[in-house]
Design a protein around this ligand. Structure first.
Ligand SMILES: C[S@@+](CC[C@H](N)C(=O)[O-])C[C@H]1O[C@@H](n2cnc3c(N)ncnc32)[C@H](O)[C@@H]1O
Length: 250
């Protein structure tokens, strides 16, 4: 078996940090390639697997190497309460683009247009995974694979497709952009091949995104409230898609 302490520094530059038991559990469950995984308490980690993830217990048992507490702490920026950390291979851009363009599309793609907040982006990846969305695409400068986004996504980047594109490169499909000035979403059935776009926390939808929009939709909101949080807007929209006939992948 390869020594995790030797391979970690070499892999850390190109791999994605899975921070904590739940991130590792999700990544393994959804097929991530995990070349190295460590824990400061193997017995506790496997007890968690028995309790919460019997489906991947065997794979976690084979993957996890116990290291000293100080060694674990030296490998991660912020120690996690479960004292588990791993590195996973980031899916290739080529495979991601192929998955985003595959037709017929059975579930929407979520587009975050120039998002700013890494925590929001992570929460949206988690939502997309939960609803079985085809993927999450960001435009602008935020890296959707930033460690803080991956932490917020709880390892669920591997359960959907996560990629950064320009507005010109967005996947095909009817573009529904969410904005408080749009038509009430409650009267609209979102098709499975919809591209659902959301604006930035600061300035909403960019002019470039608006110019490509086929339908502008609003979430119900009482007068005098300016807007909802970005991630909660995505949650309501994906819920609306699922409640009007779209179904999370089983
Ligand atoms: C925090 S809001 C942006 C607020 C920003 N100050 C603006 O001018 O629009 C982030 C994004 O969430 C979505 N959103 C928030 N509230 C919404 C609502 N009531 N209806 C539709 N979309 C909404 C929109 O896509 C919006 O661009």
């Amino acid at each position: 078996m390869t020594d995790p302490l030797r391979s970690w520094p070499r892999l850390a530059g190109t791999c994605v940090l899975l921070d904590g038991f739940h991130a590792l559990k999700h990544a393994v469950r959804f097929g991530a390639e995990v070349p190295v995984a460590v824990t400061a308490d193997r017995q506790a980690a496997l007890a968690l697997a028995d309790e919460l993830a019997p489906d991947v217990r065997e794979r976690l048992d084979a993957l996890l190497t116990e290291v000293a507490e100080e060694t674990y702490r030296a490998l991660v920026p912020r120690p996690h309460p479960t004292a588990v950390a791993a590195l996973a291979v980031r899916p290739s851009r080529r495979d991601n683009l192929r998955a985003l363009e595959r037709v017929p599309r059975r579930a929407p793609v979520v587009v975050l247009d120039q998002p700013r907040n890494l925590g929001n982006a992570g929460a949206v990846v988690r939502l997309a995974a939960g609803f079985g969305a085809t993927g999450v695409v960001t435009t602008g400068t935020l890296d959707p694979w930033h460690p803080t986004v991956v932490r917020g996504g709880a390892g669920l980047h591997f359960a959907t497709v996560v990629e950064r594109l320009t507005v010109e490169e967005l996947p095909r499909g009817p573009l529904f952009a969410l904005d408080p000035e749009g038509e009430d979403i409650r009267g609209v059935k979102l098709p499975d091949d919809a591209v659902l776009a959301f604006g930035s926390e600061r300035s909403g939808l960019s002019a470039q995104l608006r110019s490509r929009t086929d339908h502008l939709l609003a979430l119900p909101m009482r007068p005098q409230v300016s807007s909802y949080n970005l991630a909660t807007s995505v949650a309501m929209t994906l819920y609306h898609w699922s409640a009007t006939g779209g179904a999370p992948a089983s």
